[in-house]
Design a protein around this ligand. Structure first.
Ligand code: TRP
Ligand code: SF4
Length: 400
């Protein structure tokens, strides 16, 4: 298991569909084998746009969490929690807000896009402008290295890196650093102290690599220095600060875009989705009534799979043999569309059977789910508090 942490979150949108499953959840499940993972419900993020429909947030959160577990997230390996129950996220958001220029937030492509898209809502709020910063806090508070997200979220990871860099630059020094450096230089003795200052200047101003090397040697050989002083002097020599917050990277994994029943993007709001744990009879009916290549009016009209949303699903669900059978049967009118749909229905139902089974446990015993999430919140909180101790100290708020 690699030591780097993976973290990702989703806004609570309720029960998930097979687009979420293939697009994100399957990937999360896979990542559990490789990294320590943190996955959370971004309920505060939901509030940035859904502040006028708060009554749906709680149920959507539980429904979504059931689907995460049903998909195979394993609470033994992944920390599964709810954002608002780790209030340290709010503290870090507030503190990062002190140093984040407004322009960084105003320039986010998602900002103007969403305001235009949700034009029926007033999104000229403080909270909505702060959406990416709150996301930065979500990520930075766990010192996450990798954030599996979709393409649309990449700007949010970018700004997170900038926020971390700025923080480390401004606060990545222990209190009294300058004084301690001065004292350490004095310990080098007059002659070495002078040489060190000179090398530091040369490297700092001219980037002279030899000076850096010489400076390193000087420090390595200075017997009068303890390890803390040596670290400090190395820090001033190279100009690097202490890394309090980790700069994360987006983890963009190729995952299939699952089209909806009508061929458009699958989305609950378009009414073209198949739920992850929908009743088999409903799934069957939905697929059987899917539109097909409009050119296939009669059974003996040949069709073109590329013009058919059913084919798009076959590409995700069917074996090479089945797909060959579809292409041949469709283009020669050898099979009817209902024949073509049957193996797809079978494949979806087969995939959903264990999902539905796992979900049922949590539907029947909501206490089980609550316990898992309670434990996840506790674990997440402990990790968040560890970072916050350092953040507070770095920002002069330790009060010891
Ligand atoms: N903005 C993300 C989305 O809409 C959700 C999110 C909130 C998130 N905080 C996060 C994703 C932190 C990754 C990491 O999908
Ligand atoms: Fe679509 Fe299959 Fe009908 Fe061809 S046979 S039009 S691929 S449903």
């Amino acid at each position: 298991m690699a030591p780097e942490r993976v973290l990702s979150g989703m806004r609570p949108t309720g029960a998930m569909h097979i687009g979420h499953y293939h697009g994100a959840l399957k990937n999360w499940v896979r990542l559990q084998d490789e990294y320590p993972c943190f996955f959370f419900v971004a309920d505060w993020h939901a509030l940035t746009t859904a502040y006028d429909e708060v009554e749906i947030i709680e149920k959507s959160t539980w429904d979504m969490l059931i689907d995460w577990l049903a998909a195979g997230l394993d609470p033994e390996r992944s920390t599964i929690f709810i954002q608002s129950r780790v209030i340290e996220h709010a503290e870090l958001t507030l503190l990062l807000g002190m140093t984040t220029p407004l322009g960084w937030l105003e320039r986010m492509p998602t900002y103007k896009d969403q305001i235009a898209k949700l034009s029926h809502k007033d999104l000229t709020t403080y909270g909505f402008l702060g959406y990416p910063l709150m996301q930065s806090a979500d990520i930075l508070i766990y010192r996450s290295h990798f954030v599996p997200v979709g393409e649309d979220q990449v700007p949010h990871i970018e700004i997170t890196r900038e926020v971390a860099r700025r923080f480390n630059h401004l606060f990545g020094r222990e209190p009294g650093f300058e004084l301690k450096v001065k004292a350490a230089v004095a310990k080098l003795g007059k002659s070495d102290g002078k040489t060190f200052e000179l090398l530091k200047k040369r490297y700092g101003e001219q980037g002279d690599a030899d000076s850096l090397e010489e400076g390193r040697m000087l420090l390595a050989n200075a017997k009068s220095l303890g390890s803390a002083d040596r670290e400090r002097l190395l820090g001033t020599l190279t100009g690097s600060q202490r890394q309090i917050l980790v700069e994360p990277a987006a983890l963009l994994t190729e995952s299939p875009k699952v089209p909806g029943l009508d061929g458009a993007k699958m989305s609950k709001s378009y009414g073209n989705a198949i739920g992850m744990r929908e009743e088999p009879a409903v799934v069957t009916k939905k697929v059987r009534t899917m539109p097909t290549d409009p050119a296939r009016v009669r059974r003996d009209d040949p069709g073109d799979p590329e013009k058919c949303p059913v084919w798009a699903l076959h590409k995700i669900y069917s074996s090479v043999e089945t797909r060959d059978w579809v292409v041949k049967g469709c283009t020669t009118a050898g099979i009817g569309c209902l024949d073509c749909k049957q193996p797809l229905i079978d494949a979806i139902l087969k995939e959903q059977e264990p999902i539905r089974e796992r979900a049922q446990r949590y539907v029947d015993q909501p206490g089980l789910l609550r316990d898992i999430v309670d434990a996840g919140c506790d674990k997440a909180r402990a990790a968040a508090q560890e970072t916050m101790r350092e953040v507070r100290q770095a920002m002069g708020l330790a009060y010891v």
